[in-house]
Design a protein around this ligand. Structure first.
Ligand code: K7E
Ligand code: CUA
Length: 666
């Protein structure tokens, strides 16, 4: 208590010193220690990487895919942000993916990655990511590397402790960072009534075993603290979920000081099997809410969005034996469970040690009701009763812990810019290595699962400073690859990243590569605007709408000359790529379009809406270099004044357009 006021300032001063150093000097020995042996990361041209690495894009809202150990970037998957490169969020078919209860939201902040699991082992089917700002969870299908589904999370704000997955992908969970007045209450309250009116929730989103489709099975109503991160129990602790919480002070202003008053915040343990029983027994309340649920149909090549109206809420105050709190030193950030499921590691950002909790001891303490008290009606277990032990003096500012296949844990230290390796059982520190600079998350292939694949560790650094050639005020964030196959960690590669990565997960390449889809079968194309052959290509007028049913195949569009569009018309180009070969997308762009291009995969149909601004002739062309005659893949569309008598015509390969009428088809 006596030291509680100056401690935060001490920390800030400490951080300031460290930051000052980052700005003015390199750590000692930078030149020797910071240069790794890149030969271990070398993957020869034409050779494949051992692992796929799915990396969150942070404020880019996307997910990127790298090869490990080479650090080669393969792809950026658009998830929560529009992507003009792929037409994502711009094409008529994909716009609905970004629908929310707030309308179209074309951006988010993606922090965490969760690969699907079976039996606690990565299965390579789906990867999930969180939208932090407008609470959402996305599911990416790893056959197509496309975002297949996005579900919004009601009663939530700042969806940070999300998505974390259970060992058979029963659930992905989402905890709210900000506590808020609940969606169905009067939210128009003074902010300083936080303690009375603000609540937290965690959500359990069920994942369908076959389709992967998500639905919010239940939410748990909780005290108004901040939920930061989470991990599922596994093995013996399967059925439990652990969340880190800070701001147990319930401050609503200047949290850097006011949420750092207490010596301990909490790790929250949720018995979700118990929660399931309560739901089955009808103990949940149906609460009115509004949230969007968006699904991309692979055969229609089209997303639909529906607004859901209700969620099942379990109240932690009323329902016993479901939620417990464990004191955890000073504003825990990471909350990680080891591969055996026995140990739960809390990482107090402001603590000078790492507490490790024991699942067995937690169960014993619960059975013996070994509580030190209650917090908002939730039992608080005694710290000493549930503690396995503390890693002493590991470093400054512990954030996240990842695990290898040999019983070691690796914790990132933001303030002291280092990774510390320690033995999970004995809690002994066995190695430490600097990172450049200010590391956030760590990632070991399979690290959060029952079966870490080990071998490599990737550090995601927040600051790069002098690591790369300067690029003006804005610098890349950086990943650093370490070889962890021996006793000592060895840095072997640096590579810049997209956006600001937080968490990432890596998975053996063969779990995904063998299932990777090459084309969409044209005979399975159920898009209502598909044109399944050149002979069906056509242009139709419906009032002020012009529908262009267009095909693309090397190296022309059908039709490629269109006349009779008038000012005031809305033109929809429905482009079907008729190719059935791998790696032959076609693009489509029209001059002056206010949206983006389309990038259409073989067998796929996508639609671009275009409203011409003045009469004239507008060129359109293929944007993706598809053959030696790609540059010939082009056409024109003529726009006439409103009320003009130019008939609607279309053609390909004719110098005289063929007349058509609105009713003529095929
Ligand atoms: Cu960056 Cu997981 Cu959002 Cu820590 S979190 S670094
Ligand atoms: Cu089609 Cu270039």
């Amino acid at each position: 208590m006596k030291s509680s006021i100056f401690k935060p300032f001490l920390f800030i001063a400490l951080a300031a010193v460290t930051m000052g150093c980052l700005q003015s000097c390199k750590p000692k020995g930078t030149q020797s220690a910071a240069v790794g042996d890149a030969s271990k990361a070398y993957v020869a041209p034409g050779k494949y990487d051992e692992f796929y690495n799915f990396v969150s894009g942070g404020f880019s809202g996307q997910m990127s895919v790298y090869g490990i150990p080479s650090g080669r970037l393969f792809r950026v998957i658009p998830v929560f942000s529009v992507d003009p490169e792929k037409g994502y969020g711009y094409s008529e078919e994909t716009k609905a993916m970004l629908n929310t209860s707030h309308g179209f939201v074309p951006w988010d902040d993606l922090h965490h990655i969760a690969l699907s699991e079976t039996d606690g082992i990565q299965d390579g089917r789906w990867v999930f990511g969180n939208g932090n700002n407008t609470p959402r969870i996305a599911r990416v299908d790893l056959k197509t590397f496309k975002t297949a589904e996005i579900i919004e999370i009601p009663n939530s704000a700042g969806n940070h402790s999300s998505p974390f997955i259970t060992e058979n992908s029963e659930y992905v969970v989402a905890g709210t960072r900000f506590s808020i007045p609940m969606d169905n209450s009067n939210g128009d309250v003074p902010i300083n009534t936080y303690k009375q009116n603000f609540k937290g929730t965690v959500s359990f989103i069920a994942v369908d075993k076959t389709t992967g489709n998500m639905n919010i099975a239940f939410q748990i109503l909780l005290p108004g603290v901040n939920f930061d991160l989470a991990r599922a129990g596994k093995g013996k602790s399967h059925g439990w979920m652990f969340f880190s919480c800070y701001n147990s002070e319930k401050a609503n202003t200047l949290l850097e000081v006011n949420a750092s008053q207490k010596d301990k915040d909490f790790i929250m343990a949720v018995n979700w099997k118990k929660a399931e029983e309560y739901v089955k027994a009808g103990k949940g309340k149906k609460v009115p809410v509004k949230y969007a649920h968006n699904i991309y149909d692979e055969q229609k090549h089209m997303a639909t969005s529906i607004i859901e109206k209700e969620v099942t809420m379990l109240d932690s105050k009323e329902l016993a034996d479901m939620v417990y709190l464990m004191p955890c030193p000073k504003s825990p950030h990471g909350c990680d469970t080891d591969p055996t499921g026995e140990y739960i590691v809390g990482s107090g950002k402001l603590a000078a040690m790492i507490p490790v909790f024991s699942f067995t001891k937690i169960q014993d303490a619960i059975a013996a009701k070994n509580y030190e008290g209650e917090y908002d009606g939730i039992p608080v277990l005694k710290y000493d009763a549930v503690l396995h032990g503390e890693v002493k003096k590991p470093g400054l500012g512990p954030l996240h812990t990842e695990f290898d296949d040999k019983g070691f844990a690796y914790t990132s230290f933001f303030v002291s810019s280092e990774i510390v390796k320690w033995n999970v059982k004995t809690l002994e520190v066995v190695d430490r290595v600097p990172t450049y600079y200010s590391v956030g998350h760590l990632s070991i292939p399979g690290g959060p699962t029952k079966k870490p694949w080990g071998k490599y560790l990737i550090a995601y650094n927040k600051i790069t400073k002098d690591r790369y050639l300067p690029t003006g005020p804005e610098l890349a964030q950086s990943a650093q690859l370490f070889d962890i196959s021996g006793d000592k960690m060895k840095m072997i590669l640096d590579f810049p990243t997209i956006g600001e990565p937080h968490y990432a997960e890596a998975i053996p390449a063969d779990l995904i590569a063998k299932n990777s889809q090459k084309i969409y079968k044209i005979e399975e194309n159920k898009n209502p605007y598909a044109t399944l052959g050149d002979k069906f290509a056509r242009v139709e007028r419906k009032g002020n709408e012009i529908h262009v049913y267009m095909t693309s195949i090397r190296s022309h569009f059908t039709p490629d000359n269109i006349e009779g569009v008038k000012m005031g018309d809305m033109v929809y180009f429905h482009v079907t790529n008729l190719e059935q070969d791998w790696d032959v997308p076609h693009g489509f762009a029209v001059k002056g379009a206010n949206n983006a291009e389309l990038l259409i995969m073989p067998g796929e149909t996508q639609t671009l809406a275009w409203k011409p601004e003045k009469p004239g002739v507008y060129p359109m062309y293929c944007t993706d270099f598809c053959s030696a005659l790609h540059q010939e893949m082009q056409g024109y569309i003529r726009v006439s004044p409103a009320g003009s008598s130019v008939p609607l015509t279309f053609s390909t390969g004719k110098t005289e357009p063929v007349a058509t009428t609105a009713t003529e088809k095929k």
